[in-house]
Design a protein around this ligand. Structure first.
Ligand SMILES: NC(=O)c1ccc[n+]([C@@H]2O[C@H](COP(=O)([O-])OP(=O)(O)OC[C@H]3O[C@@H](n4cnc5c(N)ncnc54)[C@H](O)[C@@H]3O)[C@@H](O)[C@H]2O)c1
Length: 381
């Protein structure tokens, strides 16, 4: 199977390339280094200095003897994307190549405009390239659990049956995001659903929760293969950030009351989810939606877990309940369903104390690289 991974230099893209390559897939990765450039611009670079995509692919080949083909280019450039489809005719395309940060999208008008343009145009281009060159190619798209927001009803897996005026029909589950970034993901889903209905494409839209972790079987083979691990307010996800804050002796930055509940997953589970989605593709004319998460936690529960493990390792961890810079509910109902990927065969890695300790150990190794100024910027909306 030949898989095109777009956004292959990213936190999830690079480990996905290695995972699929190790599983025997022919992997082609493309990235325009947006995230690296943005991190330099905003002085919030990843904790571990990582070789660039071309260098990483060379290291991967030295370590495993396996080849990952790389291309540097922008997915919003249609000629570039089309050239990849023409050259490789992929069986599946995994679309990670978006601006992935809520705070980034809320920084100012230019970042908002970039987020809309980058995320929607990249998705549109993929739809067109598939239609023109490889109509049977399975599009695996990363959405987010943030598309649903925090409604006061159970969250279904993508779709809901509605009875109204004595009649019934099935619709996309109501979505109400709490940042512009998350709103572009809703728009992506709508775009995909339109083209699935119109052109009969096969699409899997993965509503992923915040990912944590740095260790994967492949990344553990060589320090230089580590994923880019962000701990800053712009690109870092919450548990990754808390662990770096704990190691840096920085009071954990809890926004408001800390009752915000989300569905989390280990980076190893992301790899399983996209892999199993690729091996069991959506049907032609189907928009298949899975809620991609392994368990739910409130922010306060994460803090407690980090504190317990940190204390065992000798850290004195303090908490700072900051005035919430975001507009979000701090105490709310949250009950998402997430059985679809389990049915495909995903075996979740749950957040144990050992997993948290493993993250502490890796972060400790790179402690001297921590930039305290990147930890909290207070991007408000
Ligand atoms: N990390 C998470 O917790 C999480 C949670 C839910 C959804 N997601 C989604 O998963 C995807 C990957 O996230 P990530 O955490 O790996 O982010 P990331 O920023 O580390 O990776 C995205 C990669 O895509 C590249 N990219 C962006 N725009 C591009 C373009 N126009 N052309 C080519 N390359 C481009 C970036 O340079 C980057 O390397 C994103 O779509 C994100 O929204 C991530």
């Amino acid at each position: 199977m030949r898989v095109l991974v777009l956004g292959s230099d990213g936190y999830l893209g690079w480990p996905t390339c290695m995972y699929l390559s190790q599983a025997g897939y022919e992997v082609i990765g493309a990235d325009n280094y947006f995230r690296r450039t943005a991190a330099v611009e905003l002085d919030c670079e990843a904790l571990v200095p990582t070789p660039n995509l071309i260098q990483r692919a060379k290291i991967w080949e030295q370590v495993t003897g396996r080849k990952i083909i790389t291309h540097i280019g922008d997915v919003t450039n249609y000629e570039f994307l089309l050239s990849l489809f023409e050259a490789y005719h992929p069986d599946a395309v995994i679309h990670y190549a978006e601006q992935p940060s809520a705070p980034y999208s809320m920084l100012n008008r230019d970042k908002a405009a970039f987020t809309i343009q980058n995320n929607l145009l990249s998705t549109l281009n993929i739809v067109y390239a598939v239609k023109e060159i490889s109509p049977d190619c399975h599009i695996i798209k990363l959405g987010t659990m943030g598309e649903y927001g925090t409604p006061d009803i159970d969250i279904e897996e993508g779709w809901i049956q509605i009875e109204h005026g004595g009649r019934k029909d099935k619709f996309l589950f109501p979505r109400q995001a709490s940042s512009l970034y998350h709103t572009t993901k809703i728009q992506d889903t709508d775009l995909l659903w339109f083209y699935v209905r119109t052109w009969g494409l096969r699409v899997t839209d993965l509503m992923q929760g915040p990912v944590y972790g740095i260790s994967t079987d492949e990344a553990d083979m060589d320090e230089k293969l580590i994923p880019n691990f962000h701990y800053d307010e712009i690109f870092g996800t919450v548990l990754n950030r808390f662990i770096v804050q704990a190691v840096a002796g920085y009071p954990l930055t809890v926004y408001g009351k800390g009752g915000q509940i989300r569905g989390y997953l280990n980076i190893k589970d992301t790899l399983q989810c996209v892999h199993l989605s690729a091996t069991q593709p959506a049907k032609s004319g189907e928009l298949r939606i899975f809620n991609q998460m392994s368990e739910t936690f409130s922010v306060n529960e994460l803090v407690e877990r980090v504190k317990i493990v940190g204390k065992k390792l000798g850290y004195d961890i303090n908490i700072n309940h900051l005035e919430n810079p975001r507009r979000e509910k701090e105490n709310h109902y949250y009950n998402p369903k997430y059985t679809g990927l389990l049915k495909l065969g995903v075996k979740p890695h749950y957040l144990t104390d050992e997993v948290i300790e493993g993250m502490f150990r890796i972060v400790e190794t790179y402690k001297d690289y921590i930039n305290r100024d990147a930890i909290f910027r207070g991007v408000k909306w």
